[in-house]
Design a protein around this ligand. Structure first.
Ligand SMILES: Nc1ncnc2c1ncn2[C@@H]1O[C@H](COP(=O)(O)OP(=O)(O)OP(=O)(O)O)[C@@H](O)[C@H]1O
Length: 262
């Protein structure tokens, strides 16, 4: 049974974050927070700074100013290693899967890279490592069932339709048992039916695993359907923040969207 949805305390809190690449200001004085169990969307026209924002959260980019607090600990910067250790996982706009490997092995790889202890023993399949391998595999099988991709377990990922590849990418991130899941355009390039499926899986992950989710999404309809709160960026600045119906009625947001070629 799905858990009762209840949004909790602030788990991620960005304060006055600014990031520039040489003369290009990707983010200017951005503050926003994410609450436990929330689905938080980041939207905005092309080049608004959405991907940069995710890369600040998972430690790939170091902001010149500002701070990031995750689960009560405040940092001037997050390193990718620390982000992973603290349970922040992400999917990518361009899939980061091993195309020649099976669905099962891709998701397993996501788990092994994260829980990397005793890899040599695991490779040799001896003693406790053999039991550990069984336990890890059970968890991965659970994800495969959950995402309804059992029929494709052994299929090389590169042979699957794009929508299913995106689902495997979600599975790879879930294998890390994240506390915070960052999704970079999880519906990009999908048809309507695939978008509906992905929306449902994101809602189910949020419900059944209790995972807090931050996602970048271009499709306003999807955002309105699944997000609890939305941050709107434009030219690296925050121009809106609130419930979907609030940001949709925000004059600055309407102007940014009407002015942008979409
Ligand atoms: N590594 C980088 N080096 C230089 N400039 C960068 C880099 N990454 C992003 N930028 C610049 O920062 C700005 C914000 O880019 P970003 O990719 O974060 O926007 P976005 O909202 O994710 O765009 P899109 O919707 O097109 O993916 C852009 O002007 C971009 O050219």
């Amino acid at each position: 049974m799905p858990m009762e949805r209840s949004i909790g305390e602030v788990v991620l809190d960005l304060q006055n974050v600014s990031l520039a690449f040489g003369g290009v200001k990707a983010l200017t004085d951005i503050s926003f927070d994410v609450r436990e169990h929330e689905i938080r969307a980041i939207i905005g026209p092309n080049g608004a700074g959405k991907s940069s924002m995710l890369n600040v959260v998972n430690g790939v980019y170091t902001p010149q100013q500002g701070s990031i607090a995750f689960q009560g600990r405040t940092f001037a910067r997050m390193s990718p290693r620390r982000a992973a250790e603290m349970g922040i996982a992400r999917t990518f706009q361009n899939l980061a899967l091993f195309k020649g490997m099976s669905v099962l092995d891709n998701i397993m790889a996501g788990r092994n890279l994260h829980f990397r202890s005793g890899l040599l023993a695991q490779a040799l399949r001896i003693g406790p490592a053999a039991r550990e391998e069984v336990r890890q595999r059970e968890f991965v099988e659970h994800i495969i069932d959950f995402l309804e991709i059992q029929a494709h377990r052994k299929t090389p990922v590169g042979r699957l339709p794009y929508g299913l590849q995106k689902r495997v990418d979600l599975g790879r991130a879930l294998a890390m048992e994240p506390r915070l899941l960052l999704l970079d355009e999880p519906m990009a390039g999908m048809n309507v039916e695939e978008k509906q499926d992905m929306s449902r899986f994101i809602l189910d992950v949020n419900d059944e695993f209790g995972t807090t989710i931050v996602l970048i999404e271009h499709d306003m309809g999807v955002v309105m359907d699944i997000a609890d709160r939305v941050v709107v960026l434009d030219y690296g600045r925050k121009i809106g923040d609130g419930a979907p119906h609030e940001v949709r009625a925000n004059e600055d947001v309407i102007r940014a969207y009407l002015g942008a070629a979409h």
